[in-house]
Structure formats: structure tokens, C-alpha cells
Design a protein. Structure first.
Length: 220
């Protein structure tokens, strides 16, 4: 993929999607072949410098038993107050923060005192404040109800603008605009292409897409 493009990875659970994600984050090393970034083997890059250019939004974002401020600044401890306020605004967090007298200094309780949507917005703000060149989204909206998911996807669209993006998704409404989609089965890519082309071919992608559409209709 090229800089600024969006690559999506789909497949059933256990197909190998998260393994690719972990390889790109250097949580695992490839046992064969290599991963190349800008022509360089990922293993040859200085790890801290590389990770500084990466923003991650997970399905379940880990939050500390600390303030909302601290949880967002975990993405960039050198961010200014203006950077923080901008990230909060763009992540749609002000309604949550404004509901508490402590605002950004509201302490998050162990076990959580926020909804899934609010936690996702904190994860988005944490990624935004990094201003990453490379954005990785791991099923970032799959646990949300349809209305909350639609709202979160609007925020993610702004976060994604102009960045190189890797998206792992079960909900296809977040990847239909991808420049390329990889379909994984048992650790191998069995199909690749754009959404508009893949749904015209009887294959694993069309089957996954049809199943997801039925689930979405059942939920509405």
C-alpha cells in the first residue's frame, strides 16, 4: 500500500487479522520474509521512533484508574493544553466531560464508570493527540450499538483523513471506502481488491459481507 491509502483486513475469528496487526506493532517478529516500511525492513527501524509515528485505536482501549486528562495524554505526554482540547473536541468528548464538575480531571474508576462509546472516544482522542502518520484500527467499533457506532465512525473519518490506515473490521460500513481489502483465511490472504469489485464475485468476501448485512438488519 502507498502513503495516505486505507487498507482493510477482514476474515472470521482466527483467520490471522490480529497477527498482522501485532507484527506491524513489533509485538511479534516474522519467522519468514519481512515487513517493509518506506522500503526499509521494519526490524531495522529504531523502534521508539517508528512507534511514535503510529496511532492505535483498539476494540477495547485500556484505561487507567486516573483522570480523563491523564488517559488522553498517555498518547503524547508532551502535548500542550491546546493540543489536548483539540483532541477532546474532535473526538466528541465534551458532552461526557461537561457532565462532570471535574471536567478533564474526572477520575475513571477501576472497572469503569463510562459507556463503551465514551471509552472509544477517549481512545480516539488518545490517538488524535499523537498526530500519527500511520493509523491502525483494530475492530474499533464492533462492540458498539448502531447509533453509537455511526457517531464514532464520523470521528474516525476525521482522524483518518490524509493518513495511512490499516483497519481490521467485522462491520463492513467502516471499510467500504478502503483502497484495498484483504480477505484472510487460516493465516493466508485468499482474496484482495476493492469492495465494489469483491461483492460482484462469489467468494469469501461476498459471503462475509452478506452475513454482516443480515446481522445489521436484525439489530435495527
Amino acid at each position: 500500500m502507498h502513503a495516505g491509502q486505507k487498507l482493510a483486513i477482514v476474515g472470521i475469528s482466527g483467520a490471522g487479522k490480529t497477527t498482522i496487526f501485532n507484527l506491524l506493532l513489533r509485538l511479534h517478529e516474522p519467522t519468514a520474509g519481512s515487513i517493509r516500511i518506506d522500503g526499509h525492513d521494519l526490524r531495522d527501524l529504531e523502534l521508539d521512533s517508528y512507534l511514535d509515528s503510529v496511532g492505535v485505536v483498539l476494540q477495547e482501549n485500556f484505561l487507567f484508574s486516573s483522570s480523563i486528562r491523564d488517559n488522553i495524554l498517555f498518547g503524547n505526554i508532551h502535548a500542550t493544553e491546546d493540543d489536548l482540547n483539540d483532541a477532546v473536541e474532535r473526538a466528541g468528548l465534551w458532552p461526557t466531560i461537561g457532565a462532570s464538575a471535574e471536567g478533564l480531571d474526572t477520575i475513571l474508576l477501576e472497572g469503569g464508570n463510562l459507556s463503551m462509546g465514551q471509552k472509544q472516544r477517549i481512545g480516539i482522542a488518545r490517538a488524535l493527540i499523537r498526530d500519527p502518520r500511520f493509523l491502525m484500527l483494530d475492530e474499533a467499533t464492533s462492540l458498539l450499538d448502531p447509533m453509537t457506532e455511526e457517531s464514532i465512525l464520523r470521528q474516525l473519518a476525521e482522524l483518518e483523513a490524509g493518513r495511512t490506515r490499516l483497519v481490521i473490521a467485522h462491520h463492513f460500513n467502516s471499510i467500504e471506502d478502503a483502497d484495498e481489502i484483504l480477505v484472510m483465511e487460516e493465516g493466508k490472504c485468499v482474496q484482495r481488491g476493492r469492495h465494489a469489485d469483491l461483492i460482484t464475485v462469489n467468494g469469501p468476501y461476498k459471503s462475509l459481507w452478506a452475513t454482516e448485512r443480515r446481522r445489521h438488519l436484525d439489530a435495527t
